[in-house]
Design a protein around this ligand. Structure first.
Ligand SMILES: NC(=O)c1ccc[n+]([C@@H]2O[C@H](COP(=O)([O-])OP(=O)(O)OC[C@H]3O[C@@H](n4cnc5c(N)ncnc54)[C@H](O)[C@@H]3O)[C@@H](O)[C@H]2O)c1
Length: 357
């Protein structure tokens, strides 16, 4: 194993860009080489705080030899464009969620990274929580039995001030959606990670609680999974003052409920005699983005940055690679298409997503 320190470039010094800079301090083999933002003052102040270089020129960042990994922390509709440029420059890419907001762009980004021989990782930190991993293990070992129902709910709150805080927020062009595409993508990802691929969706999406946004702030969808199970997704940014996320998995032989990353309930028939499966609580995160978009839990981003370095060193795929990052995007786009057309949408055919809204 080499002692190399990997140089990171963070592109976008907003809410999540600052989080990346902070989490990088805990990545033993990583260092922030340069922070890039179109606003000089933002780039400078982060560079000062984290003792790195700064830039407003993305091409110049990509030309630097001390940059191995580019972290894309830009508005969601810009992810693919910046990732493709990084791949062409031979840099590995970590992009924030969602992978992008269009299926075509996301697939182009995956292909560009493959063609350039660079790694692509997509941040989806809630997948890596102990609670999610415990339920995944219970499903894969067969303890929960045949899966019957899986539900995901995101009952969060975002004020109009939040949407007004960035001109891209709440727009189709750059946010790509609302309660689902921005806030809910994490829960959609955890639900599909646990339940398996979604076959079809039927949905309603509305803008009910905000005046100046284009995208949905309330969404409900019914799902049919490929394994025959059924489920629901409910997502809103109108649940004052910001409640929880909740994923419920009901199998023929057991049940598990994760609330805001904590495994609040786990009961497995086969374990009842020795009481191992009494409702247990795994990990209580101390922060939540239910009401405060900046209160991001620390561990997940650190794990994914370390994972990228290991993926490079062992020439393997990152744990959440481009194809994995594409899965929740495909589900969300299908939900939007169903809400728009009133039809049930079958996944797996990207031409089913309309380009206009
Ligand atoms: N994983 C998570 O929990 C999490 C949390 C928050 C945000 N995000 C994601 O991170 C991304 C950014 O969200 P945010 O809340 O940090 O947004 P933000 O508006 O706070 O920050 C975006 C930054 O990008 C900069 N920028 C815009 N265009 C640029 C360009 N062409 N070149 C350089 N800089 C440019 C802006 O000046 C701003 O500083 C979104 O995709 C969002 O979905 C993820």
């Amino acid at each position: 194993m080499s002692n190399k320190k990997y140089g990171f470039a963070i592109i976008g010094g907003g809410v999540i860009g600052q989080t990346h800079a902070d989490r990088l301090l805990s990545v033993e083999k990583g260092k922030l080489a340069v922070i890039c933002d179109r606003t000089e003052a933002k780039a400078k102040s982060i560079a000062e705080k984290y003792e790195s270089d700064w830039s407003t020129d993305y091409d110049a960042v990509l030309a630097r030899e001390d940059v191995d990994i580019v972290n894309i922390c830009l508005p969601s509709g810009m992810h693919a464009q910046y990732a493709i440029a990084a791949a062409k420059a031979g840099k590995h890419v970590i992009t924030e969620k969602p992978i992008d907001i269009s299926a075509e762009n996301a697939l182009a980004m995956i292909n560009a990274c493959r063609e350039a021989g660079v790694k692509l990782g997509v941040i989806s930190q809630h997948r890596l929580q102990d609670s999610t991993q415990q339920v995944k293990k219970d499903i894969e070992s067969g303890k929960l039995g045949k899966l019957i129902i899986g539900t995901g709910a995101i009952n969060w709150y975002r004020s109009q001030d939040y949407y007004d805080s960035g001109s891209w927020r709440g727009t189709w062009a750059f946010d790509g959606g609302g309660a689902l595409m921005n806030q809910g993508v994490h829960t959609v990802d955890v639900l599909q990670y646990l339940m398996g691929p979604v076959e079809s969706v039927h949905a309603h999406c509305e803008t009910l609680g905000h005046d100046r946004i284009e995208v949905e702030d309330a969404a409900v969808a019914t799902l049919r999974f490929k394994n025959g199970a059924i489920g629901t997704i409910v997502a809103t940014t109108c649940a004052y003052p910001g409640l929880s996320t909740r994923v419920e998995i009901f199998g023929q032989d057991g049940s598990a409920v994760i609330e805001s990353d904590t495994l609040v309930y786990r009961k497995i028939k086969a374990e009842e005699e020795n009481e191992q499966s009494t409702a247990i609580a795994i990990k209580h995160p101390t922060v939540s983005t239910a009401a405060d978009p900046t209160a991001i839990e620390a561990e997940g981003h650190i794990k994914q940055m370390n994972d990228m370095i290991e993926a490079i060193e062992h020439n393997r795929e990152p744990i959440i690679n481009g194809e994995e990052g594409y899965k929740p995007l495909e589900i969300i786009l299908a939900i939007y298409e169903s809400a728009r057309t009133g039809k049930t949408i079958t996944l797996g055919n990207k031409s089913c997503f309309s380009t206009s809204r």
